[in-house]
Design a protein around this ligand. Sequence first.
Ligand SMILES: Nc1ncnc2c1ncn2[C@@H]1O[C@H](COP(=O)(O)OP(=O)(O)OP(=O)(O)O)[C@@H](O)[C@H]1O
Length: 359
Amino acid sequence: MSKILVGLSGGVDSAVAAALLLEQGHEVAGGYMKNWINEDGIAGDCPWEQDVEDAHAVAKTLGIEFRVVDLIDQYRDRIVDYMLEGYRNGITPNPDVYCNREMKFGVFLDYALSQGFEAVGTGHYARRRERSDGSADILRGADPNKDQSYFLALMEQEQAVRARFPCGEMLKPQVREVAERFNLPVAGKKDSQGICFIGNVKMSDFLRHYVPDSPGDIVDLDGKVLGKHKGLHLYTLGQRKGHGVASPREGMAYVVVGKNAAENQLVVGWDMENTPGLYVKKCTVGTVSWVNKPITATRKVEAQPRYRSKSEPVTVTPTDDGKLALEFVRPQRAVTPGQICAFYDGGTLLGGGVFETVE
Ligand SMILES: Nc1ncnc2c1ncn2[C@@H]1O[C@H](COP(=O)(O)OP(=O)(O)OP(=O)(O)O)[C@@H](O)[C@H]1O
């Protein structure tokens, strides 16, 4: 039996995580991380008050203690600033992945340990296996449609040791069944969408609040001006919609293939495999971390370049400066600096890093 603080978000998955850990005989308390309360007056609905209420109601139903943990300052420092800095520097950051490493299994775990808990449980769809030496592996969740191990790619070993993911062994419909069995008030609540804290605020509205628009030309690969963009940070490599350049050719679409920061130009090209800049086989990954057993010599593994994509065979070579040189077997579409690359060996998450340069 362990003493576990479960991150209760007000959603169904974390409510079920708490119920299952309780059923397994652990001593469980629920903690809501208060990360963001939209003090800056951004248009849109940030439903944190409803979420706290729902989390509290779940704790009451389960008969467990409930706390609200104020992490607003840490969230601004570690997630919001990282994100805004990334966009200002022309990359596409991934706050969801950082939130797991820095917040849930960072400051929230530190808080839990300081309060006498041994572990933090969450509703992530990922599995965890303990080895006989006490170390832990993170595996893909049993539900292939819900697997969230990608978001845990920057977790380190000490964090994996202290994590608990009881929903990872189940399929989503089974999680809903458990919620009903425990009469949890959130059993029918809709899954949350998008970035962990923004709620229903549109990402472009959020960014616009902090990073000023900086309009410039949209050009094709020959430099011909096709339109105007609102600011390079508002566009992502591979983006097909929302750039406003209509295609004159039936069945062909323009996509973002590059950003020329020096000229403040957004470059678009045809969505085809031979369009320069859109598909790459070689790239580098920095900010590397390993859940278990670092890769120290050239090795063939699988890499998942974004959340909703398959993992792909890749050769990984550590470089002298602590980064990784990657060579994919097949060309990859829109490998985006700032986004996360997760490495797997079969169903086991090895670790991850941040895409830096692409060739
Ligand atoms: N504000 C929060 N406070 C405490 N824990 C949180 C909070 N936000 C997320 N978590 C934890 O992290 C897990 C994964 O977060 P994510 O935002 O992906 O939620 P989710 O998959 O929609 O799950 P849920 O149904 O529990 O909201 C949650 O299941 C929960 O345990």
